[in-house]
Each structure stands twice: as structure tokens, then as C-alpha cells.
Design a protein around this ligand. Structure first.
Ligand code: GLC
Length: 385
């Protein structure tokens, strides 16, 4: 088959890690189509790349269903919306050779649409299907759909693949293709960057991810309280109805008396420059991380990394060769590792050098694009007319 026509599907409007991966993949698929449930930064980014983007009516209504609730157990009123979306998706899929779902909701609806349209379906699963993230019913339903209706499931790490298999996923069904990033490095030094970004001189560490309880920003704040000379920044915003967590974090900063040493910067478009201005990037997830794109970004810009030894973090940091690993939730452990990182002894400098090399090779954008594109070609070739 010549170049297949691909339909990328996402239910998200904003751009978090999973959507960043989709946008980066789409740079190699500018002639593809996309079906995005709600208009927003993601649909704009895909259109800007040249993709032919459809935004259906009714997609907004699905936002009331949280990620840990099975979509097919939704209220009857929502089921009408779902069937409308599945119909629209099936019509769009018929013009394409393969459908590629980038989120759980997108996968559930795409699975039904692909049954109707008789098209192969790849599910890029950006979650760890484990009990810390999902209830038993949700896991069972997603795995059943995946085993029966997906041609292939892509996960970004061995940890996510193991969770998929442990939840009952067919072993041969899952392909591990690590996420990749390509970032422009700012030629400015740390001091100049800090001045430009309005950040203080002196020891400075940051945490970069959406604000969510399982991402562990509270552990970061408690650890920061035990590092008296260090200033911290918290970058990211709440995305999945977790605004109360943001308020709790700000209250915690006051409670542990560090409100003068921590800045909440919200969602930012200049993450690489901010990271480059840090002495260390901290990633304190308390539940298994399916990947942790932020780690690769920090590695690429050459900043020391401190992360929980959970999920994919150990894999990405090569079991500690490329950054310090700390037991998830250990406030003392994070405080000690943060102090070591800002002191930058030779051991940390060696980790940073190894990390940059690893990120440029193992986690390059080209490697991810090529790996996924090869799967798309292979499965599209089996598409039924
Ligand atoms: C999700 C995961 C994160 C991963 C990203 C891209 O946001 O929580 O670990 O880096 O998807 O796969």
C-alpha cells in the first residue's frame, strides 16, 4: 500500500503529555485526518500542522465523565451523545485506512466505530492500567475492548506494558514504543535565563506536570520545606477537574511555611527554558508513571533529575545512572536528593551527561515517529476495503 490515510482521534481539548506526543507524531503525518471531540489547543495545533481536523457536535458532553469511569456505563442521556459520536467517527473512518486512538475515551468510541466501518484500530495507551489508577470494572472493560477490537496497543514503557499484561491484556498485542522529544536548547546560561524569566538567583528546583494528586506535587512541597535555602517553582495546571488539588497545594505551602520560597507559575509555553534555568527538575509521582515526558525534557536540556522510583521513571533514568531515584512519597528521600542535586557534586554531573546522551538517542523524536509509523503501515496494509 502507498502511504495510508490515518485518522487520529482524541477526546481532549488541551495539551498534556499524551497530546504532546500526538502533536509530535503528527509532524510526520501532516497529510492525515484527525477527529478531536472538542475544539481547543490540540485541534488548533493539529490544524496548524496541516491535518484535516473534524470537531463533531456533542463532544463537549463527554467531559463530565472522568477518566476513571467506564464510558459505556454512562448515563442514558450521555449514551445518546456517544452513539452520535460513534456514527460520526465511523463515517470519517470509512474515508481512512486506519484509526489511531490517543486516549481512553477516544479508544472506546473508536473501537465501536471501527467495528461499523471495518477499519483497523491502533490504541496508543498513555495510562498504566493498574489498580492505583483505575477501578476493576474500568480495567476489565478497557482490556476486553483492547484484546478484541484493537489491532495493536502501543504503550510508552515496559512498566506500562507490564501493567497492561497484568490487567489481562494479550501479551503479543502490546508494542512498547518509548515517547520521544526534540527540544531546542536556549544558548543562554542559567543566570541570564533566570533574569529573563524573572526567577531568583541561588538554589532553584522545579516540578513540571499537570497538577494532579498522583503526580505528587505535595511531596515536593514538603521536601522543599526541609531544604531551607532552596526556592521551588511549580509549573502546570489542573486538567481533569482537579482544581481543588491546586488550592490544597497552595494551602500546604502556607502550612509548611514556604509560601515565600515557592512560586506557582501555572501552565507555561516556555517549559524548556524554565527547565534549563533550574538546578534540578523533580518528578515526585506517588503512583506508577506510565512514562513521564517531563523527565525526558529535563534530560534533553541538561538539568539534574530527581524522580520517584515508580513506573517508568526507573526505566527512563536507567536505574539511577541518569538521575537520582527516590522511593515514592518519601519526603526525606526527596529532600536529601534535592539538596544533593543543587550541590551538583561530580556524581550528579556525570548523571546529567549520561542523561542527555540517553535522551538524545533512546528518547529521540525520530525514533518514536519511525517506530509508530512502521506499525501504522503494517496494520493499515491489512485494512479491509
Ligand atoms: C500521560 C502519562 C505520562 C506520559 C504521557 C505521554 O500524561 O501520565 O506519564 O508521559 O501520558 O505518554
Amino acid at each position: 500500500m502507498s502511504r495510508p490515510r490515518v485518522l487520529f482521534v482524541s477526546h481532549m481539548d488541551g495539551i498534556s503529555g499524551a497530546e504532546q506526543v500526538l502533536v509530535d507524531l503528527a509532524k510526520a503525518w501532516r497529510d492525515a485526518a484527525a477527529f478531536v471531540f472538542r475544539a481547543g489547543p490540540l485541534s488548533t495545533a493539529l490544524s496548524d500542522l496541516g491535518l484535516d481536523v473534524t470537531i463533531p457536535t456533542g463532544g463537549n458532553d463527554l467531559s463530565v465523565i472522568r477518566k476513571d469511569k467506564p464510558l459505556l456505563l454512562a448515563l442514558p442521556s450521555t449514551l445518546a451523545t456517544i452513539s452520535g459520536l460513534v456514527g460520526a467517527l465511523a463515517r470519517r473512518a470509512r474515508d481512512c485506512d486506519l484509526v489511531y486512538a490517543n486516549s481512553q475515551k477516544a479508544f472506546t468510541l473508536s473501537a465501536l466505530a471501527c467495528l461499523m466501518a471495518r477499519r483497523p484500530l491502533i490504541w496508543h495507551l498513555h495510562d498504566s492500567l493498574d489498580r492505583q489508577h483505575f477501578g476493576a470494572t474500568q480495567r476489565r472493560m478497557q482490556i476486553t475492548l483492547a484484546n478484541r477490537l484493537a489491532s495493536r496497543v502501543i504503550v510508552p514503557s515496559e512498566a506500562a506494558a507490564a501493567a497492561f499484561r497484568a490487567a489481562g491484556g494479550r501479551p503479543g498485542h502490546v508494542a512498547t514504543i518509548a515517547n520521544g522529544r526534540d527540544l531546542a536548547i536556549d544558548p543562554a546560561g542559567k543566570a541570564e535565563l533566570r533574569q529573563r524569566l524573572g526567577l531568583p538567583a541561588g538554589p532553584l528546583v522545579g516540578v513540571f506536570s499537570r497538577l494532579a494528586a498522583w503526580k505528587g506535587q505535595d511531596v515536593f512541597l514538603r521536601a522543599l520545606a526541609r531544604c531551607p535555602d532552596v526556592t521551588g517553582i511549580v509549573v502546570g495546571s489542573a486538567m481533569f477537574a482537579e482544581d481543588d488539588f491546586e488550592m490544597r497545594l497552595k494551602a500546604l505551602a502556607r502550612e509548611v511555611a514556604i509560601e515565600h520560597r515557592v512560586r506557582f507559575l501555572g501552565r507555561r509555553e516556555d517549559v524548556p527554558a524554565l527547565m534549563q534555568a533550574m538546578d534540578a527538575v523533580v518528578h515526585p509521582s506517588v503512583a506508577p508513571e506510565p512514562f513521564g515526558l517531563t523527565l525526558v525534557e529535563a534530560m534533553l536540556v541538561g538539568v539534574a533529575v530527581v524522580a520517584s522510583s515508580t513506573g517508568a521513571c526507573s526505566e527512563i533514568l536507567a536505574d539511577g545512572r541518569c538521575g537520582q531515584l527516590v522511593e515514592p512519597g518519601s519526603v526525606d528521600g526527596f529532600a536529601a536528593a534535592m539538596r544533593t542535586a543543587v550541590a551538583a557534586p561530580d556524581a550528579v554531573r556525570r548523571q546529567v551527561a549520561a542523561a542527555t546522551e540517553r535522551a538524545r538517542t533512546v528518547y529521540s523524536l525520530a525514533r518514536m515517529q519511525n517506530g509508530i509509523s512502521a506499525l501504522i503501515h503494517a496494520h493499515a496494509a491489512g485494512a479491509k476495503p
